[in-house]
Write a protein that binds this ligand. Structure first.
Ligand SMILES: *[C@@H]1O[C@H](CO)[C@@H](O)[C@H](O)[C@H]1NC(C)=O
Ligand SMILES: *[C@@H]1O[C@H](CO)[C@@H](O)[C@H](O)[C@H]1NC(C)=O
Ligand SMILES: *[C@@H]1O[C@H](CO)[C@@H](O)[C@H](O)[C@H]1NC(C)=O
Ligand SMILES: *[C@@H]1O[C@H](CO)[C@@H](O)[C@H](O)[C@H]1NC(C)=O
Ligand SMILES: *[C@@H]1O[C@H](CO)[C@@H](O)[C@H](O)[C@H]1NC(C)=O
Length: 450
Protein backbone atom coordinates (compact mmCIF):
# COMPACT_ATOMS: atom_id res chain seq x y z
CA UNK A 1 0.00 0.00 0.00
CA UNK A 2 1.40 3.41 -0.96
CA UNK A 3 2.10 6.04 1.65
CA UNK A 4 -0.54 8.24 0.14
CA UNK A 5 -3.13 5.52 0.49
CA UNK A 6 -2.07 4.92 4.07
CA UNK A 7 -2.38 8.54 5.09
CA UNK A 8 -5.68 8.73 3.28
CA UNK A 9 -6.89 5.78 5.25
CA UNK A 10 -5.86 7.44 8.48
CA UNK A 11 -7.81 10.50 7.50
CA UNK A 12 -10.89 8.42 6.75
CA UNK A 13 -10.66 6.41 9.91
CA UNK A 14 -10.25 9.58 11.94
CA UNK A 15 -13.11 11.24 10.14
CA UNK A 16 -15.40 8.29 10.68
CA UNK A 17 -14.31 7.89 14.25
CA UNK A 18 -14.97 11.54 14.97
CA UNK A 19 -18.38 11.38 13.37
CA UNK A 20 -19.32 8.41 15.52
CA UNK A 21 -17.92 10.10 18.58
CA UNK A 22 -20.11 13.11 17.92
CA UNK A 23 -23.11 10.97 17.21
CA UNK A 24 -22.76 9.40 20.63
CA UNK A 25 -22.10 12.62 22.53
CA UNK A 26 -24.64 14.99 21.01
CA UNK A 27 -27.07 14.53 23.86
CA UNK A 28 -24.90 16.26 26.44
CA UNK A 29 -26.24 17.11 29.85
CA UNK A 30 -27.70 20.55 30.42
CA UNK A 31 -28.70 22.37 33.57
CA UNK A 32 -32.28 23.36 34.37
CA UNK A 33 -31.68 27.03 33.54
CA UNK A 34 -30.10 26.17 30.21
CA UNK A 35 -33.01 23.89 29.57
CA UNK A 36 -35.61 26.64 29.94
CA UNK A 37 -33.54 28.93 27.69
CA UNK A 38 -33.38 26.21 25.09
CA UNK A 39 -37.10 25.55 25.42
CA UNK A 40 -37.96 29.07 24.34
CA UNK A 41 -35.12 29.45 21.84
CA UNK A 42 -36.00 26.16 20.19
CA UNK A 43 -39.78 26.46 20.00
CA UNK A 44 -40.80 25.23 16.54
CA UNK A 45 -37.15 24.59 15.70
CA UNK A 46 -36.52 21.13 17.08
CA UNK A 47 -34.97 18.76 14.61
CA UNK A 48 -34.63 15.02 14.94
CA UNK A 49 -31.87 13.18 13.07
CA UNK A 50 -33.01 9.83 11.76
CA UNK A 51 -30.91 6.91 12.69
CA UNK A 52 -29.44 5.40 9.53
CA UNK A 53 -27.18 2.39 9.22
CA UNK A 54 -23.70 3.32 7.92
CA UNK A 55 -24.43 1.88 4.48
CA UNK A 56 -26.26 5.17 3.79
CA UNK A 57 -23.45 7.49 4.83
CA UNK A 58 -20.13 6.56 6.44
CA UNK A 59 -19.67 3.30 4.53
CA UNK A 60 -19.91 5.28 1.31
CA UNK A 61 -16.71 7.08 2.29
CA UNK A 62 -14.71 4.00 3.17
CA UNK A 63 -13.79 3.20 -0.43
CA UNK A 64 -13.48 6.79 -1.54
CA UNK A 65 -10.56 5.90 -3.81
CA UNK A 66 -12.53 3.39 -5.85
CA UNK A 67 -15.36 5.38 -7.37
CA UNK A 68 -15.72 5.58 -11.13
CA UNK A 69 -14.80 8.91 -12.83
CA UNK A 70 -14.48 10.82 -9.60
CA UNK A 71 -11.40 8.62 -9.16
CA UNK A 72 -10.10 9.46 -5.72
CA UNK A 73 -12.13 11.79 -3.55
CA UNK A 74 -10.48 10.77 -0.28
CA UNK A 75 -8.61 14.07 0.12
CA UNK A 76 -11.91 15.98 -0.07
CA UNK A 77 -13.62 14.18 2.79
CA UNK A 78 -11.06 15.35 5.34
CA UNK A 79 -12.07 18.03 7.84
CA UNK A 80 -15.66 16.80 7.69
CA UNK A 81 -15.99 17.51 4.00
CA UNK A 82 -14.18 20.87 3.94
CA UNK A 83 -11.17 19.12 2.38
CA UNK A 84 -7.54 19.84 3.10
CA UNK A 85 -6.31 23.29 4.02
CA UNK A 86 -4.96 25.28 1.09
CA UNK A 87 -1.68 25.49 2.99
CA UNK A 88 -0.52 24.46 6.44
CA UNK A 89 -0.89 27.83 8.09
CA UNK A 90 -4.31 28.56 6.67
CA UNK A 91 -7.20 28.79 9.15
CA UNK A 92 -10.08 29.61 6.84
CA UNK A 93 -9.20 28.31 3.39
CA UNK A 94 -9.75 24.73 2.25
CA UNK A 95 -9.64 22.75 -0.99
CA UNK A 96 -13.37 22.18 -0.77
CA UNK A 97 -15.21 20.03 -3.26
CA UNK A 98 -18.81 21.21 -3.59
CA UNK A 99 -20.09 17.62 -3.86
CA UNK A 100 -19.01 17.14 -0.24
CA UNK A 101 -21.79 19.41 1.03
CA UNK A 102 -23.58 16.32 2.34
CA UNK A 103 -20.74 15.75 4.83
CA UNK A 104 -20.36 19.42 5.70
CA UNK A 105 -24.08 19.68 6.37
CA UNK A 106 -24.18 16.51 8.44
CA UNK A 107 -21.36 17.75 10.65
CA UNK A 108 -23.08 21.08 11.14
CA UNK A 109 -26.38 19.36 11.98
CA UNK A 110 -24.60 17.58 14.82
CA UNK A 111 -23.89 20.92 16.47
CA UNK A 112 -27.33 22.38 15.78
CA UNK A 113 -28.54 23.65 19.17
CA UNK A 114 -32.12 22.36 18.91
CA UNK A 115 -31.65 18.65 18.30
CA UNK A 116 -34.08 16.26 19.89
CA UNK A 117 -33.96 12.51 20.24
CA UNK A 118 -37.77 12.45 20.29
CA UNK A 119 -39.17 12.48 16.76
CA UNK A 120 -42.63 13.35 18.06
CA UNK A 121 -41.51 16.73 19.38
CA UNK A 122 -39.52 17.60 16.25
CA UNK A 123 -40.63 20.17 13.68
CA UNK A 124 -38.42 18.58 11.04
CA UNK A 125 -36.62 15.29 10.53
CA UNK A 126 -33.17 15.21 8.91
CA UNK A 127 -32.12 12.14 6.88
CA UNK A 128 -28.28 11.97 7.06
CA UNK A 129 -28.00 10.19 3.70
CA UNK A 130 -25.08 10.99 1.35
CA UNK A 131 -27.32 10.94 -1.70
CA UNK A 132 -24.92 12.44 -4.22
CA UNK A 133 -22.03 10.19 -3.28
CA UNK A 134 -24.29 7.15 -3.41
CA UNK A 135 -25.53 8.25 -6.84
CA UNK A 136 -22.07 7.94 -8.40
CA UNK A 137 -22.45 4.21 -8.94
CA UNK A 138 -25.59 4.91 -10.97
CA UNK A 139 -24.37 8.04 -12.76
CA UNK A 140 -20.99 6.74 -13.85
CA UNK A 141 -20.70 3.23 -12.56
CA UNK A 142 -21.73 -0.32 -13.06
CA UNK A 143 -25.33 0.28 -11.99
CA UNK A 144 -26.18 2.82 -14.65
CA UNK A 145 -28.98 0.62 -16.00
CA UNK A 146 -30.74 0.43 -12.66
CA UNK A 147 -30.63 4.11 -11.84
CA UNK A 148 -34.40 4.12 -11.35
CA UNK A 149 -33.69 2.16 -8.17
CA UNK A 150 -31.72 4.97 -6.52
CA UNK A 151 -33.34 5.60 -3.15
CA UNK A 152 -35.57 2.55 -2.96
CA UNK A 153 -33.44 0.85 -0.29
CA UNK A 154 -33.44 4.07 1.73
CA UNK A 155 -37.20 4.33 1.46
CA UNK A 156 -37.62 0.72 2.49
CA UNK A 157 -35.51 1.42 5.56
CA UNK A 158 -37.27 4.65 6.54
CA UNK A 159 -40.77 3.38 5.86
CA UNK A 160 -40.62 -0.19 7.09
CA UNK A 161 -37.45 -1.36 8.77
CA UNK A 162 -36.76 1.43 11.24
CA UNK A 163 -39.67 2.74 13.39
CA UNK A 164 -42.24 3.16 10.60
CA UNK A 165 -44.23 5.52 12.83
CA UNK A 166 -41.68 8.30 12.31
CA UNK A 167 -42.38 8.45 8.58
CA UNK A 168 -46.06 7.76 8.80
CA UNK A 169 -46.83 10.47 11.33
CA UNK A 170 -46.63 13.08 8.55
CA UNK A 171 -46.29 10.84 5.46
CA UNK A 172 -42.70 12.04 5.05
CA UNK A 173 -43.72 15.71 4.69
CA UNK A 174 -41.49 16.64 7.64
CA UNK A 175 -38.39 14.82 6.32
CA UNK A 176 -35.51 16.57 4.54
CA UNK A 177 -32.11 15.66 3.13
CA UNK A 178 -29.19 17.20 1.25
CA UNK A 179 -28.40 16.08 -2.30
CA UNK A 180 -25.18 17.84 -3.23
CA UNK A 181 -25.58 17.89 -7.00
CA UNK A 182 -27.92 19.67 -9.43
CA UNK A 183 -31.46 18.22 -9.17
CA UNK A 184 -31.12 17.42 -12.86
CA UNK A 185 -28.86 14.50 -11.84
CA UNK A 186 -31.75 12.94 -9.91
CA UNK A 187 -34.64 13.62 -12.29
CA UNK A 188 -34.46 10.85 -14.86
CA UNK A 189 -38.04 9.98 -15.87
CA UNK A 190 -38.87 6.43 -14.85
CA UNK A 191 -40.06 5.76 -18.40
CA UNK A 192 -36.57 6.24 -19.92
CA UNK A 193 -35.24 2.74 -20.30
CA UNK A 194 -32.28 2.60 -20.54
CA UNK A 195 -31.71 5.91 -18.74
CA UNK A 196 -30.20 8.83 -20.65
CA UNK A 197 -28.72 10.70 -17.71
CA UNK A 198 -29.34 10.74 -13.98
CA UNK A 199 -31.02 8.68 -11.32
CA UNK A 200 -34.77 8.83 -10.67
CA UNK A 201 -34.64 9.66 -6.96
CA UNK A 202 -36.72 12.83 -7.31
CA UNK A 203 -39.12 11.12 -9.72
CA UNK A 204 -40.05 8.35 -7.30
CA UNK A 205 -43.51 8.86 -5.74
CA UNK A 206 -41.93 7.48 -2.55
CA UNK A 207 -39.99 10.75 -2.13
CA UNK A 208 -42.53 13.29 -3.44
CA UNK A 209 -43.23 14.56 0.07
CA UNK A 210 -39.60 14.96 1.15
CA UNK A 211 -37.71 18.27 0.94
CA UNK A 212 -34.36 17.96 -0.87
CA UNK A 213 -31.67 20.64 -0.63
CA UNK A 214 -29.74 20.59 -3.91
CA UNK A 215 -26.99 22.73 -5.47
CA UNK A 216 -29.34 23.63 -8.30
CA UNK A 217 -33.10 23.22 -8.65
CA UNK A 218 -35.06 22.38 -11.79
CA UNK A 219 -36.91 25.15 -13.62
CA UNK A 220 -40.13 23.91 -12.05
CA UNK A 221 -39.02 22.40 -8.76
CA UNK A 222 -41.31 20.34 -6.63
CA UNK A 223 -39.37 18.73 -3.79
CA UNK A 224 -36.12 20.63 -4.04
CA UNK A 225 -34.72 23.98 -2.99
CA UNK A 226 -31.30 25.16 -4.14
CA UNK A 227 -28.75 26.23 -1.54
CA UNK A 228 -25.28 27.76 -2.16
CA UNK A 229 -22.40 25.65 -3.44
CA UNK A 230 -19.80 25.52 -0.67
CA UNK A 231 -16.81 27.67 -1.64
CA UNK A 232 -13.35 27.41 -0.04
CA UNK A 233 -13.69 29.99 2.73
CA UNK A 234 -14.72 28.49 6.09
CA UNK A 235 -13.66 30.85 8.85
CA UNK A 236 -13.59 29.48 12.42
CA UNK A 237 -14.01 32.82 14.23
CA UNK A 238 -15.13 36.43 13.91
CA UNK A 239 -11.62 37.92 13.72
CA UNK A 240 -10.70 35.81 10.68
CA UNK A 241 -14.06 36.50 9.06
CA UNK A 242 -13.71 40.25 9.57
CA UNK A 243 -10.13 40.43 8.42
CA UNK A 244 -11.12 38.76 5.14
CA UNK A 245 -14.03 41.14 4.62
CA UNK A 246 -11.83 44.15 5.22
CA UNK A 247 -9.23 42.79 2.80
CA UNK A 248 -11.99 42.39 0.21
CA UNK A 249 -13.21 45.93 0.86
CA UNK A 250 -9.72 47.44 0.53
CA UNK A 251 -8.75 45.47 -2.56
CA UNK A 252 -7.89 47.59 -5.61
CA UNK A 253 -10.06 46.60 -8.54
CA UNK A 254 -7.86 47.06 -11.59
CA UNK A 255 -9.83 44.79 -13.94
CA UNK A 256 -13.29 45.73 -15.17
CA UNK A 257 -14.58 42.19 -15.68
CA UNK A 258 -13.40 38.64 -15.21
CA UNK A 259 -14.46 35.25 -16.42
CA UNK A 260 -13.15 32.18 -14.66
CA UNK A 261 -14.14 28.87 -16.13
CA UNK A 262 -13.68 26.51 -19.01
CA UNK A 263 -15.18 26.21 -22.44
CA UNK A 264 -16.11 28.93 -24.87
CA UNK A 265 -14.11 27.32 -27.65
CA UNK A 266 -16.94 25.73 -29.62
CA UNK A 267 -17.81 27.27 -32.94
CA UNK A 268 -21.54 27.38 -32.19
CA UNK A 269 -22.92 30.64 -30.89
CA UNK A 270 -23.21 30.60 -27.10
CA UNK A 271 -22.61 33.10 -24.35
CA UNK A 272 -19.31 31.64 -23.16
CA UNK A 273 -17.95 31.90 -26.69
CA UNK A 274 -19.12 35.51 -26.94
CA UNK A 275 -17.40 36.28 -23.66
CA UNK A 276 -14.14 34.74 -24.81
CA UNK A 277 -14.22 36.65 -28.09
CA UNK A 278 -15.04 39.92 -26.39
CA UNK A 279 -12.30 39.34 -23.85
CA UNK A 280 -9.74 38.71 -26.59
CA UNK A 281 -10.94 41.81 -28.39
CA UNK A 282 -10.88 44.01 -25.34
CA UNK A 283 -7.08 44.25 -25.25
CA UNK A 284 -7.26 46.42 -28.35
CA UNK A 285 -9.73 48.81 -26.73
CA UNK A 286 -8.77 52.01 -25.08
CA UNK A 287 -8.70 51.73 -21.29
CA UNK A 288 -7.47 55.28 -20.87
CA UNK A 289 -9.79 57.21 -18.57
CA UNK A 290 -11.69 54.10 -17.53
CA UNK A 291 -9.89 53.84 -14.19
CA UNK A 292 -8.98 50.23 -14.97
CA UNK A 293 -5.72 48.82 -16.22
CA UNK A 294 -7.48 46.09 -18.18
CA UNK A 295 -11.05 45.57 -19.31
CA UNK A 296 -11.27 41.81 -19.25
CA UNK A 297 -9.43 38.89 -17.71
CA UNK A 298 -10.06 35.30 -18.75
CA UNK A 299 -8.95 32.79 -16.09
CA UNK A 300 -8.77 29.54 -18.01
CA UNK A 301 -10.07 26.72 -15.85
CA UNK A 302 -10.36 24.14 -18.62
CA UNK A 303 -9.93 20.46 -17.72
CA UNK A 304 -10.77 21.12 -14.08
CA UNK A 305 -7.40 22.73 -13.32
CA UNK A 306 -9.00 25.22 -10.92
CA UNK A 307 -10.91 22.63 -8.91
CA UNK A 308 -9.57 22.39 -5.38
CA UNK A 309 -7.17 25.24 -6.12
CA UNK A 310 -8.99 28.39 -5.04
CA UNK A 311 -5.87 30.57 -5.19
CA UNK A 312 -5.98 30.39 -8.99
CA UNK A 313 -9.23 32.31 -9.19
CA UNK A 314 -9.67 34.09 -5.84
CA UNK A 315 -6.71 36.43 -6.39
CA UNK A 316 -7.89 37.67 -9.80
CA UNK A 317 -11.46 37.91 -8.49
CA UNK A 318 -10.27 40.23 -5.72
CA UNK A 319 -8.90 42.53 -8.40
CA UNK A 320 -11.98 42.64 -10.62
CA UNK A 321 -15.11 44.77 -10.32
CA UNK A 322 -17.42 42.35 -12.12
CA UNK A 323 -17.41 38.56 -12.39
CA UNK A 324 -19.21 37.06 -15.38
CA UNK A 325 -21.34 34.03 -14.49
CA UNK A 326 -22.66 32.56 -17.74
CA UNK A 327 -24.42 29.17 -17.67
CA UNK A 328 -22.11 26.18 -18.11
CA UNK A 329 -23.24 22.57 -18.51
CA UNK A 330 -26.12 23.58 -16.25
CA UNK A 331 -27.44 27.09 -15.49
CA UNK A 332 -25.69 27.57 -12.12
CA UNK A 333 -22.01 28.00 -11.34
CA UNK A 334 -19.91 27.28 -8.33
CA UNK A 335 -17.92 30.44 -9.04
CA UNK A 336 -20.95 32.65 -8.38
CA UNK A 337 -20.24 32.09 -4.70
CA UNK A 338 -16.45 32.41 -5.01
CA UNK A 339 -17.03 35.76 -6.69
CA UNK A 340 -19.37 37.03 -3.97
CA UNK A 341 -16.78 36.06 -1.34
CA UNK A 342 -14.24 38.12 -3.28
CA UNK A 343 -16.57 41.14 -3.42
CA UNK A 344 -16.80 40.81 -7.18
CA UNK A 345 -20.20 41.93 -8.51
CA UNK A 346 -21.86 39.00 -10.34
CA UNK A 347 -23.12 39.43 -13.89
CA UNK A 348 -25.79 36.89 -14.84
CA UNK A 349 -27.04 36.02 -18.31
CA UNK A 350 -30.11 33.99 -17.43
CA UNK A 351 -32.47 34.04 -14.47
CA UNK A 352 -32.05 30.35 -13.75
CA UNK A 353 -28.39 30.95 -12.92
CA UNK A 354 -29.19 32.39 -9.49
CA UNK A 355 -32.25 34.62 -9.27
CA UNK A 356 -34.71 31.76 -9.62
CA UNK A 357 -32.55 29.39 -7.57
CA UNK A 358 -31.33 30.69 -4.25
CA UNK A 359 -34.43 32.48 -2.98
CA UNK A 360 -33.72 31.64 0.64
CA UNK A 361 -30.16 32.97 0.58
CA UNK A 362 -30.37 35.66 -2.08
CA UNK A 363 -33.98 36.90 -2.19
CA UNK A 364 -35.25 37.58 -5.70
CA UNK A 365 -36.67 41.04 -5.09
CA UNK A 366 -33.24 42.42 -4.26
CA UNK A 367 -31.13 41.02 -7.08
CA UNK A 368 -30.56 44.38 -8.80
CA UNK A 369 -28.98 45.73 -5.63
CA UNK A 370 -25.92 43.50 -5.95
CA UNK A 371 -25.86 42.02 -9.44
CA UNK A 372 -26.14 42.89 -13.13
CA UNK A 373 -28.39 41.06 -15.58
CA UNK A 374 -27.61 40.98 -19.30
CA UNK A 375 -29.88 38.64 -21.32
CA UNK A 376 -27.67 36.14 -23.13
CA UNK A 377 -29.67 36.48 -26.35
CA UNK A 378 -28.69 40.16 -26.55
CA UNK A 379 -25.03 39.25 -26.28
CA UNK A 380 -25.02 36.22 -28.56
CA UNK A 381 -27.44 37.31 -31.26
CA UNK A 382 -27.56 41.13 -31.04
CA UNK A 383 -23.83 41.61 -30.51
CA UNK A 384 -24.35 43.63 -27.33
CA UNK A 385 -20.97 44.41 -25.78
CA UNK A 386 -20.69 43.38 -22.12
CA UNK A 387 -17.80 45.82 -21.65
CA UNK A 388 -20.00 48.68 -22.88
CA UNK A 389 -22.84 47.72 -20.54
CA UNK A 390 -20.56 47.53 -17.51
CA UNK A 391 -18.62 50.69 -18.38
CA UNK A 392 -21.87 52.61 -18.53
CA UNK A 393 -22.61 51.93 -14.85
CA UNK A 394 -21.52 55.00 -12.84
CA UNK A 395 -18.65 54.46 -10.42
CA UNK A 396 -20.75 55.43 -7.41
CA UNK A 397 -23.29 52.80 -8.39
CA UNK A 398 -20.51 50.20 -8.71
CA UNK A 399 -19.33 51.03 -5.17
CA UNK A 400 -22.85 50.75 -3.81
CA UNK A 401 -23.37 47.39 -5.48
CA UNK A 402 -20.07 46.13 -4.11
CA UNK A 403 -21.14 47.06 -0.57
CA UNK A 404 -24.30 45.04 -1.15
CA UNK A 405 -22.19 42.08 -2.32
CA UNK A 406 -20.09 42.33 0.85
CA UNK A 407 -23.21 42.36 2.97
CA UNK A 408 -24.16 39.01 1.47
CA UNK A 409 -20.89 37.24 2.23
CA UNK A 410 -22.03 35.63 5.51
CA UNK A 411 -25.25 34.37 3.93
CA UNK A 412 -23.48 32.36 1.23
CA UNK A 413 -20.50 31.04 3.17
CA UNK A 414 -20.39 27.88 5.27
CA UNK A 415 -18.46 28.73 8.40
CA UNK A 416 -16.27 26.04 9.89
CA UNK A 417 -17.87 23.49 12.22
CA UNK A 418 -17.12 24.15 15.86
CA UNK A 419 -16.63 27.86 15.18
CA UNK A 420 -16.50 30.50 17.90
CA UNK A 421 -19.71 31.70 19.62
CA UNK A 422 -19.10 35.17 18.20
CA UNK A 423 -19.15 33.98 14.62
CA UNK A 424 -22.21 31.82 15.32
CA UNK A 425 -24.22 35.02 15.82
CA UNK A 426 -23.89 35.65 12.05
CA UNK A 427 -26.33 33.57 10.05
CA UNK A 428 -24.42 31.57 7.46
CA UNK A 429 -25.60 29.46 4.52
CA UNK A 430 -26.32 26.50 6.81
CA UNK A 431 -28.38 28.55 9.30
CA UNK A 432 -30.42 30.09 6.50
CA UNK A 433 -31.00 26.68 4.92
CA UNK A 434 -32.32 25.35 8.24
CA UNK A 435 -34.62 28.35 8.69
CA UNK A 436 -35.95 27.79 5.19
CA UNK A 437 -36.48 24.08 5.76
CA UNK A 438 -38.39 24.69 9.00
CA UNK A 439 -40.63 27.29 7.37
CA UNK A 440 -41.30 25.18 4.32
CA UNK A 441 -42.11 22.06 6.32
CA UNK A 442 -44.30 24.02 8.68
CA UNK A 443 -46.38 25.43 5.85
CA UNK A 444 -46.57 22.02 4.15
CA UNK A 445 -47.92 20.46 7.32
CA UNK A 446 -50.44 23.26 7.77
CA UNK A 447 -51.66 22.77 4.21
CA UNK A 448 -52.01 19.07 4.87
CA UNK A 449 -54.14 19.59 8.00
CA UNK A 450 -56.17 22.48 6.56
C1 LIG B 1 -17.38 -0.07 -1.85
O1 LIG B 1 -17.20 -1.29 -1.15
C2 LIG B 1 -18.36 -2.06 -1.03
C3 LIG B 1 -18.05 -3.25 -0.16
O2 LIG B 1 -16.75 -3.67 -0.35
C4 LIG B 1 -18.85 -2.49 -2.39
O3 LIG B 1 -20.04 -3.23 -2.28
C5 LIG B 1 -19.12 -1.26 -3.20
O4 LIG B 1 -19.48 -1.60 -4.52
C6 LIG B 1 -17.88 -0.37 -3.24
N1 LIG B 1 -18.20 0.85 -3.92
C7 LIG B 1 -17.43 1.34 -4.84
C8 LIG B 1 -17.89 2.61 -5.46
O5 LIG B 1 -16.40 0.84 -5.20
C1 LIG C 1 2.48 20.65 6.16
O1 LIG C 1 2.28 19.82 7.27
C2 LIG C 1 2.52 18.44 7.00
C3 LIG C 1 2.15 17.62 8.22
O2 LIG C 1 2.24 18.34 9.38
C4 LIG C 1 3.98 18.27 6.59
O3 LIG C 1 4.24 16.91 6.31
C5 LIG C 1 4.26 19.12 5.37
O4 LIG C 1 5.61 19.04 5.02
C6 LIG C 1 3.89 20.57 5.62
N1 LIG C 1 4.00 21.31 4.37
C7 LIG C 1 4.60 22.48 4.30
C8 LIG C 1 4.63 23.10 2.94
O5 LIG C 1 5.10 23.04 5.26
C1 LIG D 1 -26.85 -0.75 -20.05
O1 LIG D 1 -27.76 -1.06 -21.06
C2 LIG D 1 -27.27 -0.80 -22.38
C3 LIG D 1 -28.39 -0.99 -23.38
O2 LIG D 1 -29.32 -1.91 -22.94
C4 LIG D 1 -26.07 -1.70 -22.64
O3 LIG D 1 -25.55 -1.44 -23.93
C5 LIG D 1 -25.00 -1.40 -21.60
O4 LIG D 1 -23.91 -2.29 -21.76
C6 LIG D 1 -25.56 -1.55 -20.19
N1 LIG D 1 -24.55 -1.05 -19.27
C7 LIG D 1 -24.14 -1.75 -18.21
C8 LIG D 1 -23.07 -1.12 -17.38
O5 LIG D 1 -24.60 -2.83 -17.89
C1 LIG E 1 -47.29 11.74 0.54
O1 LIG E 1 -48.36 12.52 1.03
C2 LIG E 1 -49.63 12.14 0.56
C3 LIG E 1 -50.68 13.08 1.08
O2 LIG E 1 -50.19 14.08 1.87
C4 LIG E 1 -49.93 10.72 0.98
O3 LIG E 1 -51.17 10.32 0.48
C5 LIG E 1 -48.84 9.80 0.47
O4 LIG E 1 -49.03 8.49 0.92
C6 LIG E 1 -47.48 10.29 0.94
N1 LIG E 1 -46.43 9.47 0.33
C7 LIG E 1 -45.66 8.66 1.03
C8 LIG E 1 -44.68 7.86 0.26
O5 LIG E 1 -45.73 8.55 2.23
C1 LIG F 1 -13.71 42.75 -32.24
O1 LIG F 1 -13.23 44.02 -32.62
C2 LIG F 1 -13.47 44.33 -33.98
C3 LIG F 1 -12.80 45.69 -34.29
O2 LIG F 1 -12.98 46.58 -33.23
C4 LIG F 1 -14.97 44.39 -34.24
O3 LIG F 1 -15.25 44.64 -35.57
C5 LIG F 1 -15.55 43.01 -33.85
O4 LIG F 1 -16.96 43.04 -33.98
C6 LIG F 1 -15.19 42.66 -32.43
N1 LIG F 1 -15.66 41.33 -32.13
C7 LIG F 1 -16.29 41.03 -30.99
C8 LIG F 1 -16.69 39.61 -30.82
O5 LIG F 1 -16.52 41.85 -30.12
Amino acid sequence: MSRRKLSTLTVITTTIFFFCFLLVTTSTTTTKAQETDLESECTNKWIHIRDLPPQFNLDLLSNCSEYPIFDDFCPYISNHGLGQKTHNKSHSWYRTDPFMLELIFHRRMLEYPCLTSDPNSASAIYIPYYAGIDSLRYLYGPEVNSSFEHGLDLFQYLYQTDSPAIWRKNSGHDHFLVMARPAWDFSQPLSNDPPIWGTSFLELPEFYNVTALTLEARAYPWQEQAIPYPASFHPPNMALFESWVSRVRRSRRTTLMLFSGGGGFSANPNVRRSIRLECENSTSRDVYDSGYSQLCEFVDCSDGICEHDPIRFMRPMLEASFCLQPPGDTPTRHSTFDGILAGCIPVFFEELSAKRQYGWHLPEEKFEEFSVFIPKEDVVFQGLSIVDVLMSIPRSEVRRMRENVLERIPRVMYRKHGSSPGLRTKKDAFDIAIEGVLQRINSRLQEATA
